[in-house]
Design a protein around this ligand. Structure first.
Ligand code: ZN
Length: 386
């Protein structure tokens, strides 16, 4: 492992990335509010030759900014919305007043992911002062990634698909690093499939079980079988599919009543060795075996996506190595991301961004020196791709 590149200067407090990040944090963009973040970014992109358009829906702001030079098309993607800060008194400074302390910038969104946005915008500015790209560049920025995500990148990608827009590469500036900037990049995510299950029985007195049908007793062996099932072995880059039960509710509160129904919520995080359809089929077989009457309400919130090591992953690795000296781990861990909507457009998708240790927490922060390095990583990556 080599040392960080000494040629990259430490960040002066008046740096353009820091200034842009501070302006973004000041805007209270709680999901699905954008609070003017996209307008601020569009104001930076327009002078660079980007055509900016809003693909808004359902109260969500979606900025689509394109600098069209023909194929290939590289999309820089991200979100302006942030999760609620929680109680103000648990923060050492106001979450919406960006505050510098000991080489760190504190504020909601400092890591997830307003720093990624600021660094991507500034990297694009730097690229265009160096040379004219040989490819099209676009920004796709939404204000609904942390919430239901129905009207955000999902909606924008549906509009783009209808127009025949086909990005080759997508870079998402999500906080992908674990301990140090660049120690990990994300090259895929598992799929998510969930089910709200209601099991019906017949209510009755516990003293007369022959006149009732206890749904909890039906559920218990079914649960044992579901929990013990081996769904698949995973793949080279994905852990095996896992099923987790998140809610189990039954009972009237009285100690002498067999309830009429029981409710269960479970969720699969699945790898490409299984499909949503195959998992449903296997669960249905277990339900039919154990249960007499039930309602299963399935929700599929994302296909898995995976970008095999190739040009994009290689470019990202090279960029991280050049700037930080680290050889990043290639990961498919964590929850879902908006990459699930970009990948079906045909794009190779990766996530490269700051350290995620403080995301969604109080005193969310980013090391100031990492801001400049992140911008340089994006610039290196863009210079290879376009
Ligand atoms: Zn995020």
């Amino acid at each position: 492992m080599s040392r960080p590149n000494p040629e990259i200067p430490s960040l002066p407090q008046a740096s353009p990335i820091l200034a842009l990040l501070r302006e973004l944090i000041t805007r209270r963009s709680l999901t699905p509010e954008d609070a003017g973040c996209c307008e601020l970014i569009a104001g930076r992109l327009q002078p660079l030759g980007f055509i900016c358009e809003y693909l808004n829906a359902g109260g969500v702001t979606n900025l689509w900014a394109v600098r069209d030079q023909g194929a290939p098309l590289v999309v820089l993607a991200g979100h302006t919305d942030v999760v609620p800060p929680g109680p103000r008194e648990r923060w050492n400074s106001d979450p919406f007043v960006p505050t510098l302390r000991d080489g760190w910038l504190y504020g909601r969104g400092a890591a997830d992911m307003k720093s990624g946005l600021a660094a991507m915008v500034c990297a694009t500015e730097r690229l265009l002062t160096r040379r004219e790209p040989r490819a099209s560049l676009a920004f796709l920025i939404t204000s609904d990634e942390e919430g239901h995500a129905r009207h955000g990148t999902r909606h924008a990608c549906e509009v783009l698909r209808a127009r025949g827009v086909q990005p080759q590469y997508a870079l998402i500036g999500e906080a992908s690093s674990l301990e140090r900037l660049g120690d990990r990049i994300v090259i895929g995510r598992r799929g998510s499939l969930g089910c709200d299950l209601r099991v019906f029985g017949k209510q009755g007195h516990v003293a007369y079980p022959q006149r009732a049908d206890n749904p909890i007793h039906r559920l218990a062996p079914m649960l044992t079988e579901l929990i013990a099932t081996h769904w698949d072995d995973g793949t080279e880059h994905f852990p095996p599919t896992s099923l987790q039960i998140s809610n189990f509710n039954a009972g009237t509160g009285a100690n002498n009543v067999i309830p009429g129904h029981a409710d269960l919520v479970f969720n699969f995080r699945y790898c490409p060795a299984s499909t949503a359809a195959s998992l449903r089929q296997r669960v249905d077989a277990v339900l039919d075996h154990h249960l007499a009457r039930y309602d299963a309400d399935w929700w599929h919130s994302g296909e898995p996506f995976y970008t095999a090591p190739g040009l994009l992953v290689g470019a990202a690795r090279g960029a991280v190595r050049a700037v930080t000296g680290l050889d990043p781990e290639l990961s498919t861990g964590g929850g879902t991301s908006d990459g699930r909507f970009l990948a079906p457009l045909g794009a190779q998708v990766i996530e490269v961004g700051p350290v995620n240790a403080s995301i969604h927490q109080v005193d969310e922060r980013i090391e100031i020196a990492d801001l400049e390095r992140l911008c340089e990583i994006y610039l290196h990556l863009l210079l290879t791709l376009v």
